[in-house]
Design a protein around this ligand. Sequence first.
Ligand code: IPE
Ligand code: IPE
Ligand code: MG
Ligand code: MG
Ligand code: MG
Length: 328
Amino acid sequence: MASSNRPSPVLNLATRWYNYPLTMKKTKSMDTVSAFLSPYAHRIDHYLDLWVTEEGCPPALREVMRYCVLNGGKRLRPSVVMLSAEAAGGDAADELPQRCAVAVELIHCYSLVHDDLPSMDNDDLRRGRPTAHVLFGEAMAILAGDALLTRAFGVLCEAVQLDNPQNGAHVGRLVWELTRGAGSGGMVAGQVADMDLCEVPEGPEGLDYIHRNKTAALIRAAGRMGAICANSDEKTLAAITGYCESLGMAYQLVDDLLDVTGQITALGKTPGKDQVNGKRTHVTELGFDRARELSEDLTACAVEAISPLCEKGQKLQTLARLLVERNC
Ligand code: IPE
Ligand code: IPE
Ligand code: MG
Ligand code: MG
Ligand code: MG
C-alpha cells in the first residue's frame, strides 16, 4: 500500500511535467556561455534523448528519468569531455567521446536529483522546474537517480559493441576514470563531507577537500575521459587533468557566490540555500570579495595549466574565462 504522503504514480503520470511553466530567463552572460557551448550541447542533448533509458525500463520510470535529464542543463561536463577530446587531437563527434559525454551527464543529473532530496539540500526547484521528488515523490526520485547512475555505465559499456575494436580496449579505463570521479573516493566523498557526515578539517583545507571531491572530481574525470578517447599522450593528459582540477574548483566557488547574489529566474534554482542549510562555503570562510578573487585565481590556474597545448587548448581557456563571469 502506498503511504499517504507519497503521491500516486498514476497521478504523477497524469500531471505531465510540461504543464509546469519554466521560470528560467536567459541572461546576457549566460547567452555567451550557451552560445559557446551550443554545438556541444546540441549534440549531447540528441544522444541523451536516444540513450537515457534502456530496454525494459517501465514507462513510469522512463518518464522521470527523462524529466531529470532532458531539461536544459548547461551541459558543462559533457562539453568538457568533447573539448578535451578535441584538445588532445581527437574528433569529438566520434561515438566513443559521445558515449563518455552522455555517461558523465547522466551521473551529474543523478547527483542533482539526490542532492535536492529533503534529506540532503531539500530543494524544490532545479533547472527552472520542480525537483523530481516534489513532482514524483521521494521514492521515485531516489530510484530514478539510481537508474541514471547505473545507465551511465551501460551507455559506456555499450561502446564495446561498436565496430571499432579500439573502443573495447578503452572502455575499461574509461569506466575506471568515471568510478574514481563519481564514487566513494570522488563526488560521493565530497557530498558526504558537504553534508557533515564525516571528519573534515576546519578551514580552507577542509573546504578544498569538499569542493575537490563533490564537484571537481567529476569534471576531472570528464576531461581525462575525453583525452583518453583521443589516445592522448601523457603530457596532454596531465595538462587537461590540471586544467580540470582548477576549473572544477572555480566552478563550485562561483556556484557558491551565485547562491548569494544570483536571481532565481537566471539560476533556475533557489538562491540563499547555502545559508539556510548552514553550509560551509568560501563565502562563509573568506568573505565574498576574497572568495571572488579566489575564483579568478583558480581560473587563471586553469588557463595556465592548459597552456602547454598552445592553440589546441584555446577553447578550454575561453571556457574557463566565460564560466567565471557566468551568472547562472
Ligand atoms: C550544479 O551544476 C551543481 C554544481 C556542482 C555546481 P551545474 O551548475 O553545472 O548545473 P546544470 O547542469 O547546469 O543544471
Ligand atoms: C552539488 O553542490 C554538488 C553535487 C555533487 C551535486 P551544490 O549543492 O552546491 O549544488 P546546487 O547549488 O544544489 O546546484
Ligand atoms: Mg549540495
Ligand atoms: Mg544543492
Ligand atoms: Mg550550490
